[in-house]
Design a protein around this ligand. Structure first.
Ligand SMILES: [Zn+2]
Length: 416
């Protein structure tokens, strides 16, 4: 501690993530409620009704909020209807896009979060040059706009999800299986091509945002989403906000070590959880244990389908592969429980039907490995969500950025 240190206590900026301008708090309260009377907003934010009226007028002048007549409870249409506040859906439109190895998906949602259009297009796996990925994304944006019957310029922002290590704040994809380069300024390149603000994040954070904005996570302050796909990812919500770490690269559950000098991971290190649980790990085990030479160069998907069929048919070797992967998964999840004490862990992905991974033994093993405090263990839910909901997470990212841009002070945005 240097001599220039005076005072004590954390140096929290006046308008930090947790202390948002009152007008923004009111807007976010209205958006979360769907529609809500002014008096209720005042009550919930513990502010005066006069303040709500003043700030709401500003929000209405900005065209972001409107008055909605709602029938009073128990009056079955008699008398003057109560007036509630709601977000003006047509105030802004945003697009959310998720690029993946197998399928690219896109949605357009309005400012109240309603789905306007959606699109899913199969895609061949493989790394691309930045220019190819940019034109692919631009094409997706144009197709989804066509489906929504709007022009590209009518979008206020785009959220894009790619798998890999993504610095959301800087807009840089440090590494992605979809990109041949490293440290790619993806957001900037897309923004220049599309003429729109573009916000990027990794797929695990997007599915977490989807749960936080549209799913089970809306009501929870602290929860984890673990994605088991080509890799193992995690998104974590702390105090109703997604936690990204000091450099935006935290929560890489897949690369936490579960074995000293263990199996080789695609990150180049050994003993990562992913090297035991991800699809490529299962496929690697399958080719050895089941004596599959894989001369036909079958895709990982076909290998896994076959492994799953064998396990279902009672093949012990196939079952043991899933069982072992499940035990490693339990180890990783028990570490999450012991570190963060979440209220809920959501296991999510496209391949959640490989239920051997999430069998009762796996859940029992998590309990056995978590600290025995006598308190109930966190709930674990399995959400077999389609890709569309991942795109919803990308839309939430864009909605969130548009809201910040409109309602947060300029210096706050500059700091992001
Ligand atoms: Zn690794």
């Amino acid at each position: 501690m240097g001599p220039d240190m005076y005072g004590c206590g954390p140096l929290i900026p006046a308008l930090s993530e947790t202390a948002r301008p009152l007008r923004q708090q009111i807007f976010e309260r209205v958006r979360a409620a769907g529609f809500i009377p002014r008096v209720q907003v005042a009550k919930e934010l513990a502010i005066s009704p006069a303040t709500v009226t003043t700030l709401t007028s500003e929000l209405m002048e900005m065209g972001l909020v409107e008055e909605i007549a709602t029938p009073r409870d128990g009056e079955s249409g008699r008398g003057r209807p109560a007036v509630a506040l709601g977000v003006r859906p047509d105030a802004h439109l945003v697009a959310g896009i998720k690029l993946s190895d197998r399928e690219n998906t896109a949605v357009i949602v309005d400012f109240a979060g309603n789905l306007v259009a959606d699109l899913a297009i199969p895609h061949q796996p493989g790394a691309m040059e930045l220019t190819d990925l940019v034109s692919l994304t631009a094409d997706l944006v144009d197709q989804i706009c066509l489906r929504a019957g709007i022009g590209r310029s009518q979008l206020s922002a785009i959220g894009l999800g790619v798998p890999g290590f993504v610095d959301a704040a800087a807009g840089i994809a440090h590494w992605s299986p979809l990109l041949s380069g490293r440290h790619v300024p993806l957001a900037q390149a897309l923004s220049a091509q599309l003429g729109l603000p573009v916000h990027i994040d990794n797929d695990a954070n997007l599915v977490t945002l989807a749960e936080l904005w549209f799913g089970a996570g809306r009501y929870l302050s602290d929860f984890a989403v673990v994605t088991i796909e080509h890799g193992v990812g995690m998104g974590f919500v702390l105090n109703h906000r997604i936690y990204r770490g000091a450099q935006g690269l935290g929560m890489e559950l897949g690369h936490t070590k579960v074995q000293l000098d263990g199996a080789l991971c695609r990150c180049g290190q050994r003993g990562c959880l992913e090297a035991y649980v991800a699809d490529y790990a299962l496929a690697r085990e399958a080719t050895t244990a089941l004596n599959w030479t894989n001369r036909e160069n079958r895709s990982i998907n076909i290998l896994l389908e076959s492994l799953y069929d064998h396990a279902k048919a009672g093949n012990q070797a196939a079952r043991s592969i899933f069982h072992r992967a499940g035990r490693f998964l339990a180890l990783g999840l028990a570490n999450v429980v012991n570190l963060f004490d979440p209220e809920l862990i959501i296991l999510s992905g496209e391949r959640m039907r490989y239920d051997y991974l999430y069998a009762n033994e796996t859940l029992a093993e998590i309990k056995a490995l978590a600290l025995n405090t006598g308190r109930p263990a966190p709930k674990i839910e399995i959400h077999a969500w389609g890709d569309l909901l991942w795109a919803h997470g990308a839309a939430a990212l864009a909605l969130s950025a548009v809201t910040e841009g409109l309602l947060a002070p300029a210096r706050e945005i500059a700091a992001r």
